[in-house]
Design a protein around this ligand. Structure first.
Ligand code: ADP
Ligand code: MG
Length: 507
């Protein structure tokens, strides 16, 4: 129940005698052979080192409330007041804390991080009674999230109301206009547009966008928010945040006993967008809070937009009732990009950057970097920056040189199957014709090119290659190789084609 969250009590005494940690020894015998104050001193040093290593902001956000419960043989027990904090600290700092303990005390093997209230006074350094709403919902203490690239942040300062602070800033570059639409994303795009035009309509509520990393989920969500604001919605009525931030804010609200205010603020928005919902898997209480907020908003005709890396039905670990409700509106999949879409995206970005990038280079990039638009974009930006800096034209060679590291990461050992696929794609023929008996020039020539490349780029023998090309004889492969070599010498256009294919396939 949410109300229960509001009742979570503050931990620790009002004032911290920071160094005055009490240790509960669970094994009496152990206590007697060891200076009782020693673990406390070790713990103090560990906390100081943690604070130094992770920085003040992270420390205050997540680690400050840790208390030492005791040492039992080779195991240390550390307490945190809530399950969220426990999970967070376990997954983000568990290893570091263990290492630090082992450095202090070589007898320690394990650090157990649990939910509980410590007696000690090392948690709250200030009186929580005076930490008001501002502390719970506003930026302080700031969570350790990477800063959002956001010129809009500038306006999110000063005396804005807390409700305005609920939303992370929207990136003004992520508009519908700058989103390149192709087969793999046209449905998701259309749904997002529709929601921006008519938020809260029944068939599109909630809108659930899902797909792999870097395929445009966040971009589309920001576009919805930007479009709504452009059309006059008050920033305070559109809230966009990552699920991680949702959780963080929720914890902060619990910590300062402001859950009611937190709920009220969330429920006052007209459009709530939560990005990367998969983050809530295993975070039961936050899920529950989100579920109630979700219901309250949908029942009031407000719009919800959610993104995740999987479809609702594949998000195992989400509560069933939440999963069911998420699937009740419109579910739109952002599919992996196609070669055509990648080319269109590159063209659009090059035009926007007012940079003339040869088609061949764009093709090369679109062939090489296939999984993630973010990386594709990053590669192009790097190339453009390089060309501007050194005032050099962009060519295939510069691309290879400048993007060496990125390309290498994408390279794998090239196989004959891969060669056949790429060559067929390049010449617009069916992959089946690589192994068919057809002798028409339109299929025979690309097949010869593929055989030539297989010889050049793999360590397969001529008979092995022949076998992969519909059980052809090794003399056929030999003939193909010499024919292609002749053509390369005679026809520069053909030579360039083969060269491009080779570069694309090469590791
Ligand atoms: P996700 O949230 O799905 O991981 P993002 O929305 O953050 O992906 O997209 C990653 C980057 O790729 C962003 O810079 C975004 O602008 C860009 N991007 C993704 N898809 C497209 C597209 N169809 N058109 C233009 N840019 C895109
Ligand atoms: Mg994203």
């Amino acid at each position: 129940m949410i109300n229960a969250h509001a009742r979570v009590e503050k931990t620790g005494p009002e004032r911290a005698g920071a160094e005055r940690t009490e240790i509960v020894f669970q094994k009496q015998g152990f206590a007697s052979v060891m200076d009782e104050a020693e673990p406390a001193r070790q713990w103090t040093r560990i906390r100081s080192r943690l604070q130094l290593e992770v920085g003040d902001v992270e420390y205050r956000s997540w680690l400050r409330q840790m208390t030492l419960a005791g040492i039992d043989g080779d195991e240390v027990t550390v307490l945190l007041p809530t399950r969220f904090l426990r999970d967070w600290v376990r997954s983000h700092y568990g290893e570091k804390i263990t290492v630090l303990w082992q450095q202090e005390n070589s007898a320690i093997r394990r650090v157990d991080i649990r939910v509980g209230k410590g007696k000690s006074g090392d948690s709250c350094q200030e009186d929580p009674a005076v930490a008001g709403l501002a502390e719970s919902l506003a930026p302080a203490p700031r969570p350790p999230f990477p800063p959002t690239p956001a010129p809009l942040r500038a306006v999110a300062t000063g005396s804005l109301r807390v409700a305005d602070e609920l939303s992370a800033p929207l990136d003004p570059r992520f508009t519908f206009d700058s989103f390149v639409v192709g087969k793999p994303n046209e449905f998701a795009y259309a749904c997002a547009r529709r929601v921006a035009e008519n938020p809260g309509s029944k068939e599109f509520n909630p809108l659930f966008l899902y797909g792999g990393v870097g395929l445009g989920k966040t971009h589309l969500m920001h576009a919805v928010g930007l479009e709504l604001t452009r059309r006059g919605a008050l920033p305070a009525t559109v809230a966009y945040m990552s699920a991680e931030k949702f959780m963080y804010r929720f914890i902060a609200a619990i910590r300062s006993q402001q859950t009611i205010e937190f709920k009220d603020h969330l429920r006052s928005v007209d459009v709530l967008m939560i990005d990367d919902l998969q983050f809530l898997i295993g975070k039961d209480n936050t899920q529950e809070e989100f579920f109630h907020t979700f219901n309250a908003l949908v029942d009031a005709g407000k719009q919800i937009v959610v993104s995740a890396d999987k479809s609702p039905s594949d998000l195992s670990g989400l509560e069933d009732r939440l999963r069911t409700r998420l699937g009740c509106g419109m579910v739109a999949d952002l599919h992996a990009t196609t070669f055509e879409l990648r080319i269109s995206i590159l063209e659009a970005k090059a035009t926007r950057a007012k940079c003339d990038v040869p088609g061949r280079v764009l093709e090369f990039l679109a062939h090489k970097i296939t999984t993630n638009v973010r990386e594709l974009e990053g590669s192009l930006n790097r190339l453009i920056a390089y060309a501007n800096l050194f005032n050099r034209p962009i060519t295939l060679e510069t691309a290879q040189e400048v993007l060496h590291d990125i390309l290498k990461a994408h390279d794998k050992r090239v196989t004959i199957d891969e060669i056949q696929r790429r060559v067929a794609e390049h010449y617009n023929m069916r992959i089946g014709d690589m192994v068919s008996a057809r002798r028409a020039r339109a299929v025979a020539r690309p097949r010869q090119v593929a055989m030539y490349l297989a010889k050049q780029l793999t360590s397969r023998s001529l008979p092995e290659i022949g076998k992969k090309f519909g059980n052809r004889d090794h003399t056929t492969v030999m003939h193909a190789c010499s024919r292609v070599t002749e053509l390369i010498a005679a026809d520069s256009g053909f030579a360039e084609d083969v060269n491009l294919l080779k570069k694309m396939l090469e590791s």
